[in-house]
Design a protein around this ligand. Structure first.
Ligand SMILES: C[S@@+](CC[C@H](N)C(=O)[O-])C[C@H]1O[C@@H](n2cnc3c(N)ncnc32)[C@H](O)[C@@H]1O
Length: 168
């Protein structure tokens, strides 16, 4: 993700789901000293850990953290294409909502990244896990994104699977 931010020359990014701050740290490094990363998370304890390591890594001044339900925070952001890069990695049941809110705020040519699109491999045997609501939401969003004319998708089978979507 640092590499991607660098090759894109991205300066403004948004992350939905920050946890202890590792992906944010990578993104912030890729954005460079003039970059700005907006992080959304609901958990104060985990993001307290994140803040500690952002400071140690020297990137704290380029990261703004907004605590609260991401759906609520996203609704408060200006309706303008202010981001070059977006990363969605929070509660999967709200994935489609985050997708629409972040995509609406990406510039044309910007990239939206979805994490966990493989869900440990369960996406290929989705009918064997009928009670897994995260899995159902991920499969629906994968299918939707693959057919979404507003974006050009590329799948990276790294980690738990990343879907990269370039906004047309
Ligand atoms: C998988 S972790 C993020 C990991 C992080 N992106 C990384 O790679 O280092 C998911 C995060 O989503 C956050 N989250 C879950 N539901 C949320 C919600 N409704 N609004 C905002 N954040 C939420 C959790 O608190 C958790 O920190």
């Amino acid at each position: 993700m640092e590499w991607l931010a660098r090759v894109m020359g991205a300066r403004r990014a948004i992350e939905v789901g920050t946890f202890t701050g590792y992906s944010a740290l990578c993104l912030a490094r890729g954005l460079g000293p003039q970059g700005r990363l907006l992080c959304l998370d609901i958990n104060e304890d985990w993001t307290h850990v994140a803040r500690t390591y952002w400071r140690k890594a020297g990137v704290a001044d380029r990261i703004a953290l907004r605590l609260g339900p991401a759906a609520t925070t996203l609704a408060t952001l200006p309706q303008e294409p202010g981001f070059d890069l977006g990363f969605i990695d929070a509660d999967k049941e709200n994935g489609r909502l985050y997708y629409e809110e972040v995509l609406a705020r990406l510039r044309p040519g910007g990239v939206l990244i979805l994490d966990n699109v493989l869900w440990g491999g369960k996406v290929v045997e989705r009918r064997q896990h009928p009670g897994d609501t995260s899995l159902q939401a991920i499969c629906e969003l994968n299918d939707f994104a693959a057919a979404d004319e507003r974006v050009q998708p590329a799948f990276l089978p790294l980690g738990d699977g990343l879907l990269l979507l370039r906004k047309r």
